[in-house]
Design a protein around this ligand. Structure first.
Ligand code: ADP
Length: 784
């Protein structure tokens, strides 16, 4: 203290060099080291050392300013004396300085090569007697400082000792302000406050704020430390436990499990990145309590990682001749389809790296799409896996849920691969036409990534969170229709259409494939069952109505089951199944082939409808009742079909004379058109000519030829327009034993796609207008 008083007697000149400091406010009576490196500062120091060793230290407003000008500096600073200097190897100077007194800059007299200014020394205001209030303030400040220092964990004994020894409020404020590292702007306001009590109050306020922040900070730190400590403590305890058990010759189950996982990870031949992830997770598992929920999540995850076929593949057999043999062995006919499959395989054989399109089999259920896929797999010596995409709306079904979800699982692609256990199976994606999209993301987009050879080398499943290479997988898709396949997907696929079968074809398939297979599957011997082709034909016509052969196979299976039971019960075969005793095996016929029983009728015309499950026969009935010229439509027709019925009626009205009807014939009647059979979805314009025919038949009281079926859209003027689904419709007509089909002339080309066996059974009449329909259908001659 005395020292400082002595220093005060130093004569302060009214012009001194100015030394800007970056992030520090120096208070009078402080002794502290500072480092000087900037040229502007070094020059100022040199000047001062040459003279009375005095220099004015002022703080910068912004610590990042490298070359401060007068505006960048606060106007009040502290005159300091340089007590010692040391040149550092890097050119900087280390100074020990002592603050003497505050001073205000009156005017800068020089700004280069260093700053120099005229100054005015500032004195603290006098403190009136130490009042009780000041005493309280001093104590409070001391206490708060102690708390802060202890919260910060600093070694504070020396400082506390100094704090308790000082009773002067101004000095106390200065010491605290320079030791507690307030912000520069805050420290500067304290420096500038010349009233010692006011200054101490400000310090007190800052301390309260600082104390709050420090408390919260300390709390956060201690919580984090506690958490860490807990995990670590458990880990160490477990390690100790393990050591003890080892000592005792006991082996921990958990330990064993971890070791097992480690071995499995080594054996799984994972890519490097995956292995690293697996080991990382294993390490995490090791740290956990074996029974915790988190440990279970990691276990399941590791199970998935170690059981996926990262590098496991089957070797391809690429012999096209054997492939053909296998396809023929498993499938009747389907020549065109087999040809295209063999071509596709040949291309893959010649250029295995080619990223060819994905095959897509399109056709009604039960036509052999899945079994073709299986045959391809068999021909290539690959494994086969199939998943259904029908009704999928959630992207996560394809790509999995993130592990953070409870019960998360990988998507179906990864599930499928785990199931087959090789990374190059034939992977069939069924019902690709039936995926949807909603707020849970677009599964089609995820599928695109699966099927795209550019992207699928790094397929990322959300659950796995590590990439899986799908490029070796041979994807095949199936669909009932092509229209609803998202177009981006359709672009990547080579569509191969498989139409339905005719009755003859079904009979051949049943005799050559389905029956022998079912007999074998039921553990029977071929001689146990005697079933004549005509019995099978009856099953086809009376027990199934389908484009494929799925139900047929099921019915044959049912017969085999019954026979197997009889044999098991001790009855002796062979069992002969005939059309007469079929009922005993299969119950009452499920369908009645309409065309066989019905006569040609007035007001009933046969139409042909298309459904995703193949073609269908559609009976259209029309009748007239007494009334007021209304049109009634029943049978749950769709809107387009209703409009088409109205068009048919308008056509009849406009041509009344041609049919020998009075011009106002409709005034006293209501017309009722009905399409029975609930199972067939009824919409579209293609029943137009059928409805018109039924209507005219009933109006002129002439029956419609029962052997004729027809399809075509009608215009108001009686023109007949082309329709879709001709191939399936013709197959349906052939199945229903129709003899003749009336088609719009523009559909003639579609006949090329129809199997010859179906074409052979039918006569075709191609028409441009309604007259050409009515003449054969109603067996009338119309005056032109
Ligand atoms: P999809 O996948 O098209 O619905 P499936 O492949 O499941 O049809 O076929 C149903 C059953 O019919 C299978 O047992 C299949 O072997 C058999 N099948 C279908 N078409 C033929 C065919 N042309 N030759 C032999 N069997 C066939």
């Amino acid at each position: 203290m005395e020292d400082i008083l002595e220093e005060k007697e130093i004569l302060i000149p009214d012009e001194v060099p100015v030394l800007p400091v970056k992030d520090l406010v120096v208070f009078p009576s402080m002794i502290l080291p500072i480092f000087v490196g900037r040229s502007i500062s070094l020059k100022a120091v040199e000047e001062s050392l040459e003279g009375d060793k005095l220099v004015l230290l002022v703080a910068q407003r912004d610590p990042t300013t490298e070359e401060p000008t007068p505006e960048d500096l606060y106007p009040i600073g502290t005159i300091c004396q340089i007590m010692r200097q040391l040149r550092l190897p890097d050119g900087r100077l280390k100074l020990l300085i002592q603050g003497l007194t505050k001073a205000k800059i009156k005017k800068y007299t020089q700004d280069s090569p260093f700053l120099k200014a005229k100054i005015e020394v500032l004195e603290d205001l006098a403190v009136s007697e130490v009042s009780v209030e000041i005493e309280a303030l001093i104590r409070n400040v001391r206490e708060q400082s102690e708390k802060i220092l202890s919260l910060k964990g600093l070694d504070y004994d020396d400082i506390i000792a100094i704090l308790t020894s000082i009773d002067d409020p101004g000095q106390l404020a200065d010491i605290i302000a320079s030791n507690l590292r307030f912000k520069v702007s805050e420290a500067q306001t304290i420096l500038e406050t010349l009233d010692p009590v006011a200054r101490l109050r400000k310090v007190n306020d800052l301390l309260s704020k600082e104390l709050q922040v420090s408390t919260v900070q300390a709390q956060i730190q201690s919580e984090a430390r506690e958490e860490m400590d807990k995990v670590q403590r458990e880990y160490f305890l477990r390690e100790q436990l393990k050591a003890i058990k080892r000592e005792l010759g006991e082996f921990d189950e958990f330990d064993e499990e971890i070791e097992e996982f480690r071995e499995k990870i080594e054996k799984a031949r994972m890519p490097k990145a995956v292995k690293e992830e697996a080991l990382k997770q294993l390490e995490r598992l090791e740290m956990m309590h074996p029974d915790s929920a988190d440990a279970n999540v990691i276990r399941t995850y590791l199970d998935w990682l170690v059981s996926l076929p990262w590098r496991k593949s089957t070797k391809d057999k690429m012999d096209i001749k054997t492939a053909k043999k296998i396809l023929d062995e498993d499938h009747y006919d389907l020549e065109k389809v087999k040809e295209r499959i063999l071509e596709y395989l040949s291309v893959r054989k010649l250029n295995p790296k080619a990223k060819g399109p994905i095959l897509c089999f399109v056709g009604p259920p039960g036509v052999g799409k899945t079994s073709l896929g299986k045959s391809i797999a068999r021909a290539l010596g690959r494994k086969f896996v199939r998943i259904s995409l029908g009704g999928i709306r959630d992207e996560a079904e394809i790509r999995g849920h993130r592990r953070t979800y409870i019960g998360a699982m990988p998507g179906r692609i990864i599930q499928g691969l785990k199931q087959v256990g090789t990374n190059n199976p034939v992977f069939m994606l069924d019902e690709i036409d039936k995926i949807g999209a909603d707020f849970r993301g677009d599964p089609a987009a995820a599928l695109l990534e699966v099927l795209d050879p550019e992207q699928n080398t790094n397929f990322s499943d959300h659950y796995l969170n590590v990439p899986f290479d799908l490029s070796k997988v041979m994807f095949i898709t199936t669909a009932n229709v092509t229209d609803t396949i998202p177009s981006a997907l359709k672009d990547r696929m080579e569509v191969i259409e498989i139409p339905g079968y005719t009755e003859e074809e079904k009979l051949q398939i049943a005799l050559k494939y389905l029956l022998p297979r079912q007999i074998k599957e039921h553990g029977l011997k071929p001689e146990d069952i005697q079933i004549a082709p005509k019995t099978i034909a009856r099953i086809i016509s009376h027990y199934t109505r389908e484009a494929g052969v799925r139900n047929l196979e099921r019915e044959i299976g049912a017969i085999c089951r019954k026979v197997a039971r009889k044999i098991a019960e001790g009855e002796k075969g062979p069992f002969k199944i005939t059309p007469q005793n079929l009922r005993r095996y299969l119950g009452l016929p499920k369908y009645r082939p309409e065309m066989e029983v019905e006569e040609s009728e007035v007001g009933v015309a046969t139409g042909l409808a298309w459904t995703p499950y193949g073609g269908e026969i559609l009976r259209v009935e029309a009748t007239v009742l007494k009334g007021k010229g209304n049109l009634m439509l029943t049978g749950q027709m769709g809107e387009v079909m209703q409009e088409s019925a109205k068009a048919a009626l308008s056509y009849v009205r406009s041509r009344a004379k041609l049919f020998g009807l009075p011009e106002n014939f409709y005034e006293g009647i209501d017309v009722h058109i009905h399409v029975p059979e609930g199972a067939v979805p009824k919409d579209g314009p293609s029943a137009g000519i059928t409805m018109a025919t039924a209507l005219i038949s009933t109006l002129i009281n002439k029956p419609v030829d029962k052997e004729i079926a027809m399809t075509g859209e009608i215009t108001l003027r009686g023109r007949v327009l082309p329709v879709g689904g001709v191939k399936e419709k013709i197959l349906a007509a052939a199945r229903a034993k129709v003899k003749c089909v009336i088609l719009p002339v523009q559909n003639k080309e579609d006949l090329a796609e129809v199997p010859p066996s179906a074409k052979r059974k039918l006569k075709f009449i191609f028409v441009k207008n309604m007259d050409e329909v009515l003449e054969p259908a109603l067996k009338i001659k119309l005056k032109k």
